[in-house]
Ligand binder design. Structure first.
Ligand code: PMP
Length: 366
């Protein structure tokens, strides 16, 4: 059986969740019995999600995943606030579902300020300057999907508030959600994106929290579902899987698993680590000195060990701006390796990973 170390890409769905996700067959908008029971189940998940995200249930909107949530927040807020300011503030380490919509707006004439994140920390001076004039949208993430850096959202919010720049603060909480994010951070944000499949729900399901006073326009219009904010028949099976995953995911063991994994990896002589000072407990970013990412990943995969180079989403892109923004030298990006764990990762799996990496070194290092 394969051992899996790519939980930052996706968390496989357990049988128990799959079974409970197909209990209702109706359309949640239908007025008959099937519809009513589907609606009830869906609203229960909305309430559970609201509890974890520190908001009210009517601030939670279901989407097709965090890519849609981020796109909706970015385009929707900028559309609503374009008379207020044409400045967007973000950083240089964003996931493509944030950086690409922002790039599209930049091409339309929006002014974009990208704060640097060397060593996984926002440059304080750049942050202050970025918010020194009116700002329509501030877009940040809680945990970086490639380096595991955990960002200080309280600090950003404080700068926004003291500057009086009026920015809407959007948080991409995908990687920190249920793992290391704290509800007090969520309370500071005007909108939040989360994704079901990072905690064991189905792929293609997510949510966007939009706080009551936020100014935002919908991106997807049609039949008026989700209070007219996100049309389209709700993905009831995906949403139920999200609800079950919320109940099952328990991050308590993550710090111990992380420490055990890091200690084991430190016994692999050719690995160098990109360890941000403030970091989450499920992503370890390394440089496999002397073995190209694809060579190592293929070797590991053929030995039943699955991990990734940096992120599944940037696997298709050329170069890696996120690792370079962190401080990895451009010529070292080809050696990137990302190991990510779950609270249920076992000691045996960690030892299998270490052994496979040691064998990889013997076979592949010249
Ligand atoms: N943001 C971050 C930080 C992510 O890691 C991901 C998933 N790789 C996304 C957004 C996109 O989420 P989804 O797969 O649900 O579209």
């Amino acid at each position: 059986m394969a051992v899996y170390f790519d939980y930052a890409a996706t968390h496989p769905t357990e049988k128990e969740i799959i079974e409970k996700s197909f209990l209702f067959c109706g359309n949640p908008s239908s007025p008959h019995g099937y519809g009513i029971e589907a609606r009830k189940a869906l609203e229960n998940v909305r309430r559970d999600l609201a509890k974890v995200l520190g908001c009210t249930a009517d601030e939670v909107f279901f989407t097709s995943g965090a890519t849609e949530s981020n796109n909706t927040a970015i385009f929707g807020v900028c559309k609503a606030k374009k008379r207020f300011s044409n400045r967007i503030v973000t950083d240089d380490s964003q996931h493509p579902s944030v950086s690409e919509p922002i790039k599209a707006l930049e091409q339309e004439g929006w002014e974009v300020v990208r704060v640097s994140t060397k060593n996984g920390v926002h440059d304080q001076k750049e942050l202050k300057n970025a918010f020194s004039v009116p700002v329509a949208l501030a877009c940040f993430m809680s945990v970086n999907n490639e380096t595991g850096a955990r960002y200080d959202i309280k600090k950003i919010k404080k700068i926004i508030d003291t500057s009086g720049c009026g920015a809407h603060l959007h948080l991409d909480a995908v990687q920190g959600f249920m793992k290391c994010d704290v509800t007090s951070d969520y309370r500071l944000c005007d909108s939040i994106s989360v994704s079901a499949h990072k905690i064991g729900g189905f792929k293609g399901t997510g949510a966007l929290v939009i706080k009551k006073n936020a100014k935002i326009k919908p991106l997807i219009v049609g039949g008026g579902q989700e209070k007219g904010f996100r049309s389209g028949t709700e993905n009831i099976n995906g949403i139920l899987s999200f609800g079950e995953a919320l109940k099952l995911y328990n991050a308590e063991m993550l710090p111990a698993v992380y420490d055990m994994t890091l200690s084991a990896l430190k016994e692999v002589p050719y690995l160098e680590f990109n360890l941000p000072l403030s970091r989450c407990n499920h992503i370890i970013s390394c440089i496999a000195r002397g073995i190209r990412s694809e060579t190592l990943i293929n070797f590991l995969s053929s030995n039943g060990v699955y991990c990734s180079a940096s992120s599944a989403c940037s696997a298709r892109a050329k170069g890696n701006t996120v690792l370079e923004a962190y401080g990895v030298k451009q010529e070292d990006v080809i050696y990137a390796l990302r190991i990510s764990v779950s609270p249920k990762t076992t000691k045996e799996e960690i030892l299998t990973l270490k052994d496979a990496l040691l064998q990889g070194g013997e076979r592949l290092l010249k």
